[in-house]
Design a protein around this ligand. Structure first.
Ligand code: PAF
Length: 277
């Protein structure tokens, strides 16, 4: 596996794949890889002639009081893991390489970026769509792989590709969980021992709410999650998916999505399901 840090070198490496019309899989990540990323990469390896994984903690998607500096990083370990699962190129550029100009064109991700995680992370999805668009332009992948854990991000990227006619297939990959049900996340390392024990109750409560979806009540749902997790709910919402609108009787697929604050970390989780299942 090659670790490449410049756009020029990456495009030189990919040139023969474009010429031969071969398929390129892109797995965008912010590094500190876990099993969730490995699952994305394995799917990409199975479905493409070559796989590029990006490893870049994108500053434009972090707010001023968020954990950009503290976000865990370990390129050496990432390279080992990516290599093991068959990634051909790990693209790990510097911030200067990705953002050489100040004050240029920025992104406005639209109304679906202002709810759920976007409500407490203003501008976050503008930064996500900015970096994802740059990666799509740089790599020109056939398929791009995103986890369903970040369901709002996934929905917005689907909208981006649809609305801007990008010739890329988005491949959603199911949430990978620890044995006790906690969704895998690079940020789980910030949980205290007690929080780590209680955190799986977020998913367990979502499952209970799903089973009783006909009587879903947001206020009661907050109480249930907080009692079970001892965390503070940022949001719990039931929306249509992937358009993220209030549910109507016409909607068949919905998302039950929640975010929860602990002392040093904010966890998200969701269940996407068909109504009546
Ligand atoms: O999901 C992530 O890790 C990031 O938001 C992404 C898609 C790699 C963009 O920085």
């Amino acid at each position: 596996m090659k670790v490449i840090t410049t756009i020029q070198e990456l495009q030189k490496e990919l040139a023969s794949y474009y010429v031969a019309n071969q398929t390129i899989g892109l797995v965008p990540t912010m590094g500190y890889l876990h099993e969730g990323h490995q699952t994305l990469a394995k799917a990409a390896v199975a479905e493409n002639d070559v796989v590029v994984m990006s490893d870049f903690v994108n500053p434009t998607q972090f707010g001023p009081n968020e954990d950009y500096e503290a976000y865990p990083r370990d390129l050496e370990r990432d390279a080992r893991i990516a290599d093991e699962v068959g990634v051909a190129i790990l693209f790990a550029p510097s911030v200067e390489e990705m953002y050489p100009h100040q004050g240029g064109v920025t992104f406005e991700a639209g109304p679906a970026s202002k709810i759920l995680c976007g409500a407490s992370r203003p501008g976050h999805f503008n930064g996500v769509l900015q970096i994802v668009t740059k990666l799509f332009q740089i790599v020109r992948p056939t398929n791009a792989y995103f986890g369903q854990k970040d369901a709002q991000q996934l929905a917005l990227i689907e909208m981006l590709v649809r609305d801007y006619n990008m010739p890329i297939t988005i491949r959603p990959i199911a949430i990978v969980r620890e044995e006790d049900g906690l969704a895998k996340s690079s940020r789980n390392v910030f949980l205290s021992e007690t929080e780590r024990q209680l955190a799986p109750n977020l998913y367990k409560t979502l499952q209970v709410l799903q089973r009783n979806i006909a009587s879903f009540n947001q206020k009661k749902a907050i109480e249930q999650i907080e009692a079970a997790t001892k965390g503070r709910v940022d949001y719990i919402e039931l929306l249509s998916y992937p358009d993220l609108q209030p549910v109507t009787s016409e909607d068949t697929q919905v998302i039950l999505a929640a975010a929860l604050y602990y002392e040093n970390v904010r966890l998200i989780d969701n269940i996407i399901f068909k109504v009546g299942e």
